[in-house]
Design a binder for this molecule. Structure first.
Ligand code: KG4
Ligand code: ZN
Length: 390
């Protein structure tokens, strides 16, 4: 039943994207609740399907009524994009279309549920690659229509933030959240109400971008972050040191573009043979320059905000050196630290389902006219959500 509706939408029989759910309002640096087209109604908590297709991972996850993760299926397209050194949007969309149905069915099967057990669907609405997002959004709409259940569009960023509570539902608020991914390096103060306030962000490259570009300069494979992480374990971070950009005193903003340039010039200045011989030291020194700044600024934010807890989320939070430094510092400063398990760091659908669950519990839902929004800043769940209550 669901697959027929899905195919209809994916293959263009329903291309009426005339209007969006109400616009997301970003006021100052605060996330604000958006207005929505559909009237709110009571949602009786039950299993939710989360869908994520914003970039090069096709992911589906089922959460139980109480928010427990019943399944978390991720297919990576790394093999598709590897030879191009980065994500090719057209190929990404195609790969999502090919796998979304199987991935969703697998998520349901692993959860031990039938399609008709679902009570809601959460899908990444943006930001991300437009064509890739469209696949997930259209699939989610088709399913919601076929099953007659509500659908909510979730900001990818909001999903990453929600991942901090997947494993630790009782993690305290208020807290500081550092989102470090391929597209974001953002520090937030998350209030007891669940509302997020931006404390700082990158002025140029995101931390994940710095890893990916550095890896490219070092001749490593895509994606660069994990490749640098692996190679750096064999190197000495003090042999070749790179500049650390702290910007103005007290600033909670980041800047990584100078670091990449420094690596380029250093590599150009030495012979190819020495480059190869010292590759691990280069990786270790470069990685250290990124993670040291991330750790220092995250803890500075905790200090200056008066919070006693720190959550670090997003693909870069999978970095082994970053995790070790954060754990050391949190222990020495007696702070609560949420570092999600690796499966929840890089893109996944459990985090999207978790953020969507908060929105559904708050009575929010989107109309079937929701569309992908490649440059979405946030979505309604962030500020108006019911916070973390289970
Ligand atoms: O959150 P994510 O999967 O996708 C985005 O929302 O961007 O993050 C992907 C980023 C990539 O830049 C990737 O190189 C980086 O996370 N990354 C890592 C590691 N694993 C993934 N960076 C450093 N060390 C890692 N182990
Ligand atoms: Zn992400």
């Amino acid at each position: 039943m669901a697959s027929a509706a899905t195919r209809a939408v994916l293959f263009g029989l329903s291309q009426n994207n005339a209007f969006f759910i109400g616009p997301v309002r970003l006021i100052g640096n605060d996330f604000m609740m958006t207005s929505i087209e559909q009237p709110t109604s009571t949602w009786i908590p039950g299993p939710i399907l989360g869908i994520e297709t914003s970039c090069d991972e096709t992911a589906a996850s089922v959460l139980a009524a109480d928010g427990a993760v019943l399944s978390n299926i991720i297919t990576s397209q790394h093999a598709v994009h590897q030879r191009f050194g980065g994500v090719v949007p057209e190929l990404a969309s195609r790969a999502h279309i090919e796998s979304i149905e199987n991935i969703s069915a697998e998520a349901l099967q692993q959860a031990g549920l039938a399609w008709t057990d679902l009570t809601g669907i959460a899908v990444t609405q943006g930001p991300g690659l437009a064509g890739a997002l469209l696949v997930g959004v259209n699939y989610a709409k088709a399913l919601a229509y076929a099953l007659n259940i509500p659908v909510v569009g979730v900001s990818h960023l909001e999903g990453h933030i929600a991942s901090a509570w997947l494993q630790y539902p009782a993690f305290p608020l208020p807290c500081v959240v550092l989102v470090v991914s391929g597209g974001h390096t953002h520090l937030y103060y998350k209030e007891s109400s669940g509302r997020c306030r931006l404390l700082g962000s990158t002025r140029d490259d995101a931390a994940g971008e710095a890893f990916d570009k550095g890896a490219q300069l070092l001749g490593l494979e895509y994606p660069g972050g994990p490749a640098i992480d692996r190679l750096a374990r064999h190197g000495n971070p003090d042999t070749i040191t790179f500049p650390r950009s702290y910007l103005n005193k007290g600033s909670l903003d980041f800047s990584f573009s100078g670091l990449k340039t420094a690596l380029l010039y250093t590599l150009q200045a030495i012979h190819e043979k020495s480059r190869a011989a010292q590759a691990a030291d280069f990786a270790a020194g470069y990685q250290e320059a990124i993670v040291a700044v991330l750790v220092d600024k995250a803890f500075a934010a905790v200090r200056s905000s008066g919070a006693r807890a720190l959550a670090v989320v997003g693909g870069v939070s999978a970095n082994s050196r970053l995790r070790a430094l954060l754990q050391q510092r949190a222990t020495s400063e007696s702070l609560a630290l949420s570092l999600p398990p690796l499966a929840y760091c890089t893109d996944n659908a459990a985090m999207i389902a978790a953020a969507g669950r908060q929105a559904l519990r708050a009575g929010l839902r989107a109309s079937l006219d929701i569309d992908a929004q490649a440059s979405l800043s946030c979505s309604f769940g962030l500020s108006g959500s019911s916070g973390l209550s289970g």
